[in-house]
Design a binder for this molecule. Structure first.
Ligand code: ADP
Ligand code: ZN
Length: 729
């Protein structure tokens, strides 16, 4: 469809990123604009960014309309991205402006020069000197040889653009093209492919076929860690490049991208574009523009890269698709994995969901035939999956406040003696999860959240892992004020490192925990040092489970395999299963057979048994049956409604009001549960109460929820957030 053109002075509707409930009408500027044009418009006393959304609503009063101030020098938004924004907003029940904001997040997008022309001092003299002309020339001299855009110059000198044009005509100013943003290096799909194994080649060929079809489709690419999933999807990227289309690779961890970019560079002979919070403003602006102009063939990024203005997106890879960080939990609540599928379906692109331990959602979609599924069953080269064994903690003798069993200790010592590495895994940051007063029994809690304060001994502070609040380690109990009685209870990685230092006095010990590194870069360097052999024992939290490659690592010891099985979260089993398989997968990545030891007090627990036996299909079948019986995702639909307020009563009042008026939900067969404290019951001083909505599949749940919440009155101190497909239920 040809985008609509609006002639100068013609009314058009502009959607801004401001929290308004609909697009506003403006008059098209001099030179006109297109539907999709990125524009600046006046709003009250401000100028704000917007996108021309279509014809003006019928009821405008022409005399009252203000004009679009300028059209930005970037390609207009394509219909495909616009559709995506609309559908994503509908799905997540997010106001359109908030969704648009995700797509205009290139800082400085609004500062892009209106024209790509710049001005310098010329040799000519103006025939007639006016005050305005004088000011322009003085400004220019003041700044020496610098060049300015017309707008900058006009603003600095306080003149109109016609003054500048006059000076150009007389040769006192020189007009030239602004240097262009440079495109990213050309990526060559044939640069340096690897020889694929038979399995890998078959999988790559299947993906390439999909890309050649030019239609939408999603493939679940499942394969144990080290089986070559990355190699395979890089071939899909190559196939996409060969067709001249763009590719997006989403990764869950910023820390990973650098290692990964180097790998892509080796494959394609050039570095792709990056998009995540660690990228500088200038670079973001350039990336945003180059993505729109096809000067960036491949983007590697975090979930927000889904909202980039691709000119012709042919492939989205979601690596580690099961990773919970794909769900944005702040601001606009969306799941990047699901939105990737939505976006691809709107632009005839393919999606590859890669994982060693897929989410139950994706597994079920493959079972149901909605997704293709490809399996890579063996590790590349000599590497094999590690042996998995339980260490039955009921049979081990441990001194008080120690967590490394004699069995694990012996196995680790053997590795160290052979010059290999061992990983001790504990998913708990800090020194100890609980700090208790031995005089009165008080547990130190965060003043703002429903969470304990965690001791961080390296930092000599207590820290709340929910809101980040920290305080110096108190000398005395905050409750009974007896000094010197605060004691740590339970292990965090720092405390585990202390124990390991005692047990293995000659070993070099490294702790990998996100809070111990000031920057992603420092973390990356440490990971590289460790991979190069700088440590014998690695002690790590969840972050080591994700994709880092330690070739000399042959033993993984899981300190507390039961940790994730507590609590009532229905997804706990799935999470534990995934995490344990991922962690175990760290062992024996090259030619040495690895061993994973899981310390557990319940070796007969079905989840622990499934982890040990590696019977994944069996595990998924059992999980699926349970979810089906409970009618929860992926076999039913769920949504969370979180009401938050500084006053707990206000939060409950609104939640109760919602429960009473749930007719719109009942009419579509949905049920409401709660209110109950939300999984994070208090954060940054706000109490959070949650209602859970459950419905059969195939009902228009969003519509019903929208009707439902429209009928309640929300105080302005109370906030209501809707979370479609919540992570915990
Ligand atoms: P995964 O993504 O499944 O964890 P990778 O693609 O990272 O696996 O592969 C694991 C390791 O094996 C990497 O170092 C990779 O370069 C190597 N590898 C995998 N397949 C091949 C191949 N066909 N030829 C050479 N090296 C390979
Ligand atoms: Zn807190």
């Amino acid at each position: 469809m040809e985008p609509a053109y609006f002639e100068a002075g013609e009314p058009c509707a502009v959607l801004t990123t401001q929290p308004l409930d609909r697009p506003l009408d403006y008059l098209a500027p001099e030179g006109g604009c297109w539907s999709g044009s990125y524009v600046e418009v006046p709003l009250g006393p401000r100028r704000v960014l917007g996108v021309v959304w279509g014809p003006a609503a019928g009821d405008y009063d022409r005399a009252k309309l203000r004009a679009v101030m300028r059209v930005l020098d970037v390609p207009p938004m394509r219909d495909e991205l616009r559709d995506f924004i609309i559908k994503a907003a509908d799905y997540t029940l997010t106001p359109l402006p908030a969704m648009l904001r995700l797509a205009t997040r290139a800082p400085g997008l609004s500062d892009a020069p209106a024209t790509r022309r710049i001005y310098r001092l010329g040799d000519g003299e103006p025939d007639r000197m006016t005050d305005a002309r004088q000011r322009v020339l003085e400004t220019m001299r003041e700044y020496g040889g610098l060049a300015f855009t017309q707008r900058e110059l006009a603003e600095m000198a306080g003149v109109t653009s016609s003054v500048i044009k006059g000076l150009v005509k007389q040769g006192a100013l020189r007009e030239e093209d602004a240097p262009k943003d440079l495109p990213f290096p050309h990526l060559d799909p044939n640069h340096k492919g690897k020889d694929l194994t038979e399995d890998q080649a078959a999988a790559a060929a299947h993906l390439a076929e999909g890309i050649a079809s030019g239609t939408y489709g999603t493939t679940l690419l499942k394969g144990v860690t080290g089986s070559g999933k990355t190699e395979v999807y890089l071939e899909a990227v190559a196939a996409c490049l060969k067709r001249g289309r763009q590719a997006l690779v989403l990764l869950p961890e910023i820390a990973l991208t650098s290692e990964f970019l180097t790998r892509l560079e080796a494959r394609f002979g050039g570095r792709p574009a990056e998009w995540h919070s660690g990228v500088t403003m200038t670079e973001r602006r350039r990336t945003w523009k180059m993505v729109a102009e096809n000067g960036a063939q491949v983007v590697v990024g975090a979930r927000s890269a889904l909202f980039l203005p691709f000119r012709d997106l042919g492939l989205i890879v979601v690596d580690e698709e099961h990773d919970t960080s794909y769900k944005q939990e702040d601001g606009v609540l969306y799941n990047a994995r699901d939105m990737a599928v939505l976006r691809a379906s709107l632009c005839c692109a393919r999606v590859v969901l890669a994982s060693a331990t897929p989410s139950l959602e994706s597994w079920a979609n493959a079972e149901a035939g909605k997704y293709d599924r490809l399996d890579l069953t063996s590790r590349f080269g000599e590497a094999v999956m590690p042996e998995m064994e339980a260490v039955d903690m009921r049979a081990e003798t441990l001194a008080a406040s120690t967590w490394i069993s004699p069995t694990l200790r012996k196995a680790a010592q053997e590795r160290i003696d052979r010059g290999e590495q061992a990983l001790l895994f504990l998913n708990r940051r800090g020194y100890a999860p609980v700090t208790i007063c031995r005089a009165c029994g008080h547990q130190v809690a965060c003043p703002h959240c429903d969470a304990r304060m965690v001791e961080h001994r390296f930092l000599k502070r207590l820290m709340c892992h929910q809101c980040g609040e920290t305080t110096p380690m108190p000398e005395e109990c905050p409750s009974c004020h007896v000094p010197g009685k605060l004691a740590p209870v339970g292990p965090g990685v720092e405390r585990l490192a202390e124990e390991a230092t005692t047990l293995f006095p000659d070993a070099r010990i490294a702790v990998l925990s996100s809070d111990l590194f000031g920057s992603a870069r420092a973390l990356k360097e440490e990971i590289k040092r460790i991979a190069d052999g700088a440590a014998d024992i690695i002690i790590g939290t969840q972050m080591v489970a994700k994709g880092h490659n330690f070739p000399n690592l042959t033993l993984v010891g899981v300190i507390d395999a039961d940790l994730g099985l507590q609590g009532s979260d229905l997804r706990a089993a799935e999470r534990t299963f995934q995490l344990m398989r991922q962690v175990a997968g760290r062992a024996g990545r090259s030619t040495k057979r690895g061993l994973a030891l899981m310390q557990t007090f319940q070796p007969e627990h079905p989840v622990i048994r499934a982890i040990l036996s590696g019977d994944e299909e069996g595990f998924w079948q059992a999980e699926a049956a349970e979810r089906q019986a409970a009618g929860v995702p992926p076999y039913g639909r769920m949504a969370g409604v979180i009401v938050s307020s500084e006053e707990l009563n206000d939060a409950f009042d609104l939640a109760n009001q919602l429960t009473r008026q749930c007719e719109p939900l009942r009419s579509v067969g949905a049920q409401v549960f709660g209110p109950a404290p939300a999984p994070i019951a208090r954060i940054r001083g706000r109490h959070r109460v949650r209602l859970l909505v459950k419905s059969p599949k195939g009902v228009a749940l969003q519509k019903a929820i929208a009707l439902w919440v429209r009928n309640v009155r929300v105080k302005n101190t109370t906030r209501l957030t809707i979370d479609i497909d919540p992570q915990t239920f």
